[in-house]
Design a protein around this ligand. Structure first.
Ligand SMILES: [Zn+2]
Length: 171
């Protein structure tokens, strides 16, 4: 399976986020990360050189998890973390359950950030109905556990072999 995502670890080897390999190469060239593991049998070729494909990179400086979104928190990783189920399904009257969008729990216009802990999977009707309001204003709650406690987002069955030594063992 071709995998375009690279696992980013914090200085402390704690999994932080997934990023596209384009972004990972930028971080390697900027010397912001070191390559911890490469994907066997896969290489990136330029006109003059060949590089191993990074599978896992580690930050050289500690980045708080709440700021890790500056490294690129993909929409897909949020949807996968939440199992493609709308986070508002127990409380919203219009919920379609199957999530196809990502919503800011605290809207950006109200000071909410792009950190993974403020992002949840949401169905389109809920996302549109919620708009720029807070859960409190709507009387809604999150169906699932608070995303602040739901990181990281890995399904060990489904991750590249090169990542496995770096991920917590699933319970
Ligand atoms: Zn919904």
């Amino acid at each position: 399976m071709a995998n375009d995502q690279v696992l980013v670890l914090n200085v402390s080897y704690e999994p932080v986020i997934l990023i596209h390999w384009h972004r990972a190469i930028c971080l390697v060239m900027a010397e912001k990360v070191t390559v911890e593991a490469v994907e066997d049998g896969r290489a990136l070729r330029s006109a003059t050189a060949e590089f191993p494909y990074p599978a896992v990179v580690r930050l050289r400086r500690y980045v708080p998890a709440t700021r890790a979104s500056s490294l690129g928190c993909s929409r897909r990783s949020v949807l996968r973390r939440d199992g493609f189920l709308c986070a508002y399904r127990a409380s919203s009257p219009v919920c379609a359950t199957r999530a196809a969008s990502v919503d800011h729990v605290v809207p950006r216009s109200r000071g909410g950030g792009d950190e993974p802990t403020n992002l949840v999977a949401a169905c389109v009707p809920c996302n549109q109905l919620k708009a720029n309001r807070t859960l409190r204003e709507l009387g809604w709650s999150l169906h699932r556990v608070d995303p602040a406690h739901a990181m990281p987002l890995f399904d060990l069955e489904d991750v590249p072999v090169a990542w496995r030594p770096f991920l917590p063992v699933a319970a």
